[in-house]
Design a binder for this molecule. Structure first.
Ligand code: FEO
Length: 417
């Protein structure tokens, strides 16, 4: 992979991993990126997960050799931007191999080293902070604090010669680099899942780097981004501001005996007939984190589930908790509930969503008593009608949180007045 004449890719692909961070399914594996900067001084940007230490060291030696450096050439610096084990796991293996190198990291990263490894870098460690610089000869690296993107110790690094932003986890995605897939879906699922809670930190960082000329983004996961940098910046701006990315409806559901699923299929068809973009997720069977990403992506969300143990069916409860944990905000939500004797799922879902700010609710809810009735089908058509409109409120009264609807009392207040 060509980055620039003096920046070489030395990362690895992990095809064995099934769950990233122990919870996110990664059917296409994961790349742990690392980069070698060749200048008068030589710097390595981050290490890789411990299992891949030998392959990574071999990559470093190969690139040094191909650059015509002598057999005893050693990197001068290892820059540790992030201490999460997928990037810090091979640091001490590196120091065994290249004992003269200095390790550059933030003060918080240095404190974490002892927790992870039971020792520190001693005189080899060099602490850097926001705005500090490191000259490699022809280029100067500048360090930017990137607290909570996605841990507190994170720094990012800007190379003023090749105009490269080494962005730590930011702008990364799930998937190895030898699998062809689109950046956006897996970058969104990665961002919302892992960094989604820390939108304010991302906004701060985006403002901080807005004046830099960035030609290339070298993330610690996913492809090197070279073209249309503004597109990626814009996606991060939208995601971190919690604004919907698109107009459309996400339906997230669980179904015990197929009846709630039938209602969801009816609603999906009604929405498609009305030309509404809709995606459907079975929370018990599909990747829940894809559903979470879509809930943030679209401006409307329908939750359909069963009453269970006098509350909300477990997968749905978990799903809503994932949303509120990540700052779910400013969407319109509708409920379909099912219960054979005392349905309370809608009330329970609404209570769980109280942690989310600025949520509007559709006027109509659908209550299924075991199986889908004719009245339910009419209710589903009403819900589809309401969901045709976007989530900007009824647009009659600024305080109205309802989805646009001719039946909204605000609309009639406008007409009467
Ligand atoms: Fe790729 Fe936050 O570790």
């Amino acid at each position: 992979m060509f980055i620039t004449n003096t920046i070489k890719y030395i990362g690895v692909n992990d095809h064995h991993i099934d769950l990233f961070e122990g919870q996110y399914p990664v059917p296409n594996g994961m790349a742990y990126n690392s980069y070698l900067i060749l200048d008068e001084k030589i710097a390595v940007m981050d290490s890789v997960e411990a299992c891949f230490a030998d392959e990574w060291i071999a990559n470093i030696r190969r690139e040094l050799s191909e650059a015509g450096r002598s057999a005893d050439c050693q990197p001068d610096y290892l820059i540790v931007q992030h201490m999460e084990p997928d990037h810090s796991g091979s640091i001490f293996r590196f120091l065994e191999e290249f004992p003269r190198a200095k390790v550059i990291a933030s003060a918080r990263a240095m404190a974490m080293v002892r927790n992870f490894f039971g020792c520190d870098f001693g005189a080899q460690g060099v602490i850097v902070k926001e705005g500090d610089t490191l000259s490699l000869g022809n280029r100067t690296l500048t360090f930017y604090g990137a607290t909570m993107i996605h841990w507190p110790e994170v720094i990012m690094t800007y190379d003023d010669q090749d105009k490269v932003l080494f962005s730590a986890d930011a702008f990364g995605k799930f998937g190895t680099l030898d699998v062809e897939d689109e950046w956006l879906p897996e970058a969104r699922r990665y961002y919302i899942g892992i960094v989604g809670k820390f939108g304010v930190s991302v906004q701060t960082l985006l403002k901080k780097i807005s004046g830099l000329e960035i030609r290339t983004i070298c993330s610690l996961h996913g492809p090197v981004l070279k073209d249309n940098i503004g597109y990626y910046m814009d996606k991060y701006n939208v995601w971190s501001s919690y604004e919907p990315e698109e107009e459309g409806v996400t339906i997230a559901y669980t179904s015990m005996y197929g009846n709630t699923k039938l209602a969801v299929e009816e609603l999906e068809n009604e929405l498609l007939e009305r030309g509404v973009k809709v995606v459907v997720h079975d929370l018990a069977r599909d990747d829940m984190f894809a559903a979470i990403a879509d809930a943030f992506r679209f401006d409307r969300l329908i939750l359909a589930t069963t009453t269970y143990n006098g509350g909300v069916f477990p997968f749905m409860r978990t799903f809503i908790e994932h949303l509120t944990d990540r700052g779910f905000f400013g969407r319109t939500v509708g409920f379909i509930e099912n219960g054979s004797w005392s349905p309370v799922a809608a009330r329970g879902m609404r209570a769980l969503l109280e942690k989310a700010k600025n949520i509007g609710y559709t006027e109509s809810e659908v209550r299924i008593l075991s199986s889908v009735s004719d009245e339910n089908l009419r209710g589903i058509r009403d819900m589809a009608e309401v969901c045709m409109y976007n989530s900007r409120g009824c647009m009659s009264m600024p305080w109205c949180k309802r989805v646009s609807s001719l039946r909204c009392k605000c609309m009639w207040m406008i007409i009467i007045s």
